[in-house]
Design a protein around this ligand. Structure first.
Ligand code: ATP
Length: 311
């Protein structure tokens, strides 16, 4: 029997959103950045990125959270594909299709996720076969969260967040996310954080023993108690209703609640599937929150779900 390998025409990659279980922000550096010490955790809210051979570069966005996503060269998935093409010496334009389910400007790193997905998808489509280390290096050039979205799971991040180290984390965690209508700009939240901390002596960020022990134990209750986000006061200062949302979620029985990254998404950790459903219903019924999503973590990083395959 002979087998014929048809030319590959597209590749689809699924990529998760993230929440920071711990986000410690150091003092403002002279270059305008901050050193971070963070614990990233990938959760089962996914975007899908499909790349297909095309006559010219193009990008379309569809799905529940497509509104407000740029479709020009500033889209992080397009930037990722073009950076990879340059690095790999490829001259093969692709059309990028994003199915967007991760909230935009929600503090869940959706743009970085799409960049990570585009790297993996294009690497497959073009048959580059780059090593994980080579992809990670390109990812770090695209943004501090991009290397983590390649890796997924639960991991420590230092530097600006792009230097990853493994964390011993046991268990599956159940989350309820309270989504907001409008997004928050990450630079605006950092600026507000600097303003609120002006004149205060801010230490260099170091991972907390409390979170490490909680993750090692796999006890959701301990993880809930250890959740911390130095950006949270700034997000609440810019969006005071986030404080009400956090209070409501805790009153309805969450094990812990935190603003996700720079916000405005609020993440609640709960005991299990049933508790997640109960909290989602309570938050919606109370009128505090309009859009609620449930998810579990840790989730896998950017991974191929279809292709390369013929059309
Ligand atoms: P982070 O948590 O990394 O700070 P975020 O979740 O708050 O990010 P994103 O959804 O990643 O925010 O996007 C921030 C901005 O980036 C958007 O306002 C949008 O203009 C731009 N952007 C570029 N590419 C994308 C993309 N593929 N998806 C979403 N936003 C994108």
């Amino acid at each position: 029997m002979t087998s014929v390998t048809a030319p590959s025409a597209s590749a689809t990659v699924r990529v998760p959103a993230k929440v920071n279980l711990e986000l410690l922000v150091g003092p403002l550096r002279e270059d305008g950045y901050h050193n971070l010490s963070t614990v990233y955790h990938a959760v089962s809210l996914f975007d899908e990125v499909t790349v297909s051979y095309a006559d010219e570069w193009g990008l379309t966005v569809a799905g529940p959270k497509a509104d407000g996503v740029p479709t020009d060269g500033t889209n992080l998935a397009a930037r990722a594909a073009q950076l990879l093409a340059r690095a790999g010496g490829v001259d093969e334009p692709v059309h990028i299709k994003i199915r967007k389910d991760i909230p935009v400007s929600g503090g869940m790193a959706g743009g970085s996720a799409d960049a990570a997905a585009a790297l993996v998808a294009c690497d497959h489509l073009w048959g580059l076969g780059l090593t994980r280390e080579a992809l990670e290096e390109i990812a770090a050039d695209l943004g501090s969260d991009v290397p983590f979205l390649l890796a997924g799971g639960t991991a420590m991040g230092s530097g600006r967040g792009e230097v990853l180290a493994p964390v011993l984390a046991r268990g599956t965690y159940h989350w309820v996310f309270a989504l907001s209508d409008g997004g928050l700009s990450t630079p605006a939240v950092y600026a507000e954080c600097d303003r609120l901390r002006a004149g205060r002596d801010v230490p260099e960020p170091r991972p907390s023993a409390e979170m490490m022990q909680a993750l090692r134990s796999g006890d959701a209750r301990l993880v809930g108690e250890a959740l911390v986000n130095d950006l949270q006061p700034a997000s609440i200062s810019l969006r005071p209703e986030l404080g009400d949302t956090l209070e409501a979620g805790m009153e309805f029985g969450a094990l812990g609640g935190i603003v996700s990254g720079s916000g405005p998404t609020v993440a609640f950790l709960v005991e299990g599937t049933e508790a997640a459903l109960d909290l989602a219903v309570s938050l919606t019924a109370s009128g505090t929150v309009r859009d609620v999503r449930r998810a579990t973590g840790p989730a896998h990083g950017a991974h191929l779900v279809a292709g390369p395959r013929p059309d």
